[in-house]
Design a protein around this ligand. Structure first.
Ligand SMILES: Cc1cc2nc3c(=O)[nH]c(=O)nc-3n(C[C@H](O)[C@H](O)[C@H](O)COP(=O)(O)OP(=O)(O)OC[C@H]3O[C@@H](n4cnc5c(N)ncnc54)[C@H](O)[C@@H]3O)c2cc1C
Length: 453
């Protein structure tokens, strides 16, 4: 079997910066990503189909991304794109599929940088064609230059919703309106974190800039409590707080959460519920070390921190990997990492403010008839009924219903099922054991399995 010193999953800011740092310390690096090029979510297709004009939303970030991608291309790491990782074994062997063939390599150190996933926002009718996530729409914008057509509505909460709206307007697109579903009192909740957030004011100023652009363009921003999508073959209307409006496209968003599908499936890799971010994250030390020797995590997969913090975490974890592999002494690692740790702390200073301002929407609001698990078509009402019968959490629920057991393996419905069950039991979501994941974390064909032999 192939042996590699440092195997990195993910070519977002964390994985790219880690690869550059590790190569500078002389390590052999193999990087895998299922995308077809480097950049991850934030720098997807930068320099290609996604090249925002100077001064437009995301332009500064895109320039940073381009510099990172160029440095990565020059660093000498081996990169395999279109490579989807689906198993990590006891001895840090990693299995992935690439072009219909499964491959395996054993890592001296494994650094996981799988990024974030968009939290689902289940509403009545969200399975209709014409309803999708803001994150998916932004992926189409970045990778194919696609803008929404017809009467496009955005709904939910979270910074990405405002950023995407501003990006659409900057490219000459149109938005029918934004439905802000966040509960009132956000600024009051976040106020005590404002002094810390003002130490890195760039985040706040950027957000206020997106909102101002929407105001200038006259996009209606409507506060609403309840929302439903209606239509026969596809979406035709949205209904909110007693109003009914024609709609061709509805884009939903409820923030992002760490992508822990792989780390949760690794035996003995401890996770903790992060109250502020209302999500599970792996238990890590400042170097990104998990509770499993030789396995590290960096970037948004460790907790949402944004692109710059992700890149710094990637570099810090790479220095620790270099120490573990004998390329640096502990003193050398500490000296190199000192300034990076300080810069990361500065980048993370606004997080508590953003987390308090943009909490996930309350699960108790989801009507009973709403589908939560799209793969198995399980509604919120059935989840509540099973909870009343005694199901304690998402794992026990599998014995009652098939929620979380379809092809997505709970990637989409997991957080919603956990939140609905917790609300039904009157406890915080963190009081419930999160959905356990199992390898293979992606659907794998028999042919791919056979190719391993
Ligand atoms: C949909 C979406 C859109 C976003 N857009 C923005 C934005 O425009 N601006 C912004 O500031 N922030 C954005 N964010 C937040 C942003 O993702 C992060 O702050 C930043 O990109 C984190 O960097 P990262 O390196 O940790 O992860 P990412 O950039 O997400 O990179 C993770 C990489 O891991 C790969 N990966 C994950 N699992 C596997 C697997 N099993 N096999 C192979 N590859 C895998 C992914 O393909 C991805 O390329 C977005 C988040 C989401 C979920």
């Amino acid at each position: 079997m192939r042996e590699v010193a440092l195997l990195i999953l993910g070519a977002g800011p964390a994985g790219l910066a880690a690869a550059i740092e590790a190569r500078a310390r002389g390590l052999e690096v193999l990087l895998l990503d299922e995308n077809h090029g480097p950049g991850g979510q934030v720098h997807r297709a930068v320099g290609g189909s996604y090249t925002p004009a100077r001064g437009s939303p995301g332009a500064d970030q895109a320039r940073e991304g381009l510099r990172l991608i160029e440095a990565f291309r020059a660093c000498g790491a081996e990169a395999r794109f279109g490579a989807s990782l689906w198993a990590v074994e006891e001895d840090r062997s990693v299995i992935w599929s690439e072009g219909g063939v499964a491959r395996r390599a054993r890592a001296g150190v494994l650094l996981l940088c799988p990024g974030a996933i968009e939290r689902p926002l289940p509403i009545p009718g969200w399975t209709l064609p014409g309803v999708m996530g803001v994150g998916a729409a932004q992926t189409l914008l970045k990778s194919a230059g696609l803008l929404p057509e017809g009467r496009a509505w955005l709904a939910g909460q979270g910074p990405l919703l405002w950023l995407y709206a501003a990006q659409v307007l900057a490219r000459g697109g149109r938005i029918a309106g934004i439905l802000d579903l966040s509960p009132p009192g956000g600024w009051r909740r976040a106020a005590r974190h404002l002094p810390a957030a003002l130490t890195a004011p760039g985040y706040l100023l950027r957000g206020l800039g997106w909102m101002a652009r929407l105001r200038r363009a006259g996009v209606p921003v409507i506060r609403a409590r309840a929302l439903a999508a209606e239509g026969g073959e596809r979406l035709t209307h949205i209904v909110f707080d007693g109003r009914r409006e024609a709609a061709d496209l509805l884009l939903l968003h409820d923030g992002v959460a760490p992508n822990t599908q792989i780390t949760r499936a690794i035996q003995g890799c401890a996770h903790v519920w992060d109250e502020a971010q209302a999500s599970l994250r792996p238990v890590l030390d400042p170097w990104g070390r998990t509770s499993r020797p030789g396995i590290l995590v960096a970037g948004d997969g460790a907790g949402i921190g944004g692109a710059r913090a992700a890149a710094l975490s990637g570099r810090i974890a790479a220095l620790e990997a270099a120490r573990q592999l004998g390329a640096l002494t502990e003193e050398q690692r500490d000296a190199l990492a000192g300034p990076l740790l300080l810069r990361r702390a500065a980048e993370l200073a606004p997080r508590p403010f953003l987390d308090a301002l943009f909490p996930p929407l309350p699960a108790a609001r989801i009507p009973d008839g709403t589908i939560l698990c799209r793969c198995e078509e399980v509604t919120a009402g059935r989840v509540r009924a099973a909870t009343a019968l005694g199901a304690q959490g998402p794992n026990q629920l599998k014995a009652y219903l098939r929620a979380g057991m379809g092809p997505c393996q709970g990637r989409v419905c997991g957080p919603a099922v956990q939140a609905v069950m917790a609300a039904a039991r009157g406890v915080p979501p963190g009081a419930l054991e999160g959905l356990r994941t199992r390898f293979p974390t992606r659907p794998v064909t028999v042919g791919e399995l056979a190719s391993l032999a």
